[in-house]
Design a protein around this ligand. Sequence first.
Ligand code: HMG
Ligand code: MG
Length: 295
Amino acid sequence: MMPSQVLIKEVGPRDGLQNESQTVPMEVKLKLIEMLEASGLSYIEATSFVHPKWIPQLSDADELLKHLPGKARYSALVPNLKGIERVEKTSLQEIAVFISASEVHNKKNLNKSVQEAMADIEQVINKSNGHYQVRAYISMVFGSPFGDIVSIDHVKQLMTALFALGVYEISLGDTTGMANPAQVDAVLSDLLKHFDKDKLAMHFHDTNGLALSNIYVSLQHGISVFDTSVGGLGGCPYAEGASGNVATEDVVYMMEQLNITTGIHMERLLATSDFISNELNFNRLSHQLRKYRGG
Ligand code: HMG
Ligand code: MG
């Protein structure tokens, strides 16, 4: 059955800004987060505690955390022990760990094998000692653009291992927008025989324009948590072709049309999208922002 309300997890300040060629000043990031909160986004992935050389756009993570407005629940990516040591100096209560179902992508993204990355996640969770809520991402669940085959059994093994380590939710990543609605239907039909729908979230990138259709299919399977990015910003710099996440405002519009509650104020959200798109001179606008601008 379709849920009557959904939780939208805003990943724009992290997934969106990590892929920008220009470095966004911290004041702009803070203004973006403040506007997102004023739009009703209650969960925001604010930044990343990854290596600053790997993602220079988010190298201000430690400082940014000191200035967050504090209305939403915040999260940040943590790849390893060094990352959690940095988080310990902040007031963050939630972190997100990440791994790829594609061996090739994992190596490009984390400079290690999937097995080694899982060992790092275990270390991070052990070190955090129950102090943080831990969410996990699995990337490339619907296929890899690097030619290696991603099997659903492998995805299930990773999920089982992550839940055993204590993550409270797994976000299934379509990192380069390869998924189509029939595939999402097949994958979720299989996964939901083994895992609870309330512990899964969907993270669609909109490379091929199918993200909304994929979300609709996920709703039909009862999934009620979706990762989105205001203005459709986003991508993984270590996965060529990964374009933006599905735009928050496009998802909110679809939910409104479906009578599904999001708690998000559309006009304020569009103003937020307008703000960050102008700041970044971002041309690939969401459908809703284009309409809002009369274009
Ligand atoms: P590495 O170069 O192999 O690091 O990178 P290392 O472990 O060999 O350490 C080398 C040096 O880096 C050491 O310093 C460490 O202390 C330091 P030295 O001793 O030489 O002075 N170091 C760090 N410094 C600060 N913070 C850290 C950190 N870790 C090590 N956390 C590493 C390995 C994992 C660090 C690197 O590969 C990395 O940061 N990767 C992150 C890449 C990334 O952020 N990708 C995008 C996010 S994933 C994504 O977008 C997908 C998602 O959206 C879902 C989807 O769409 O599918 C989540
Ligand atoms: Mg992503």
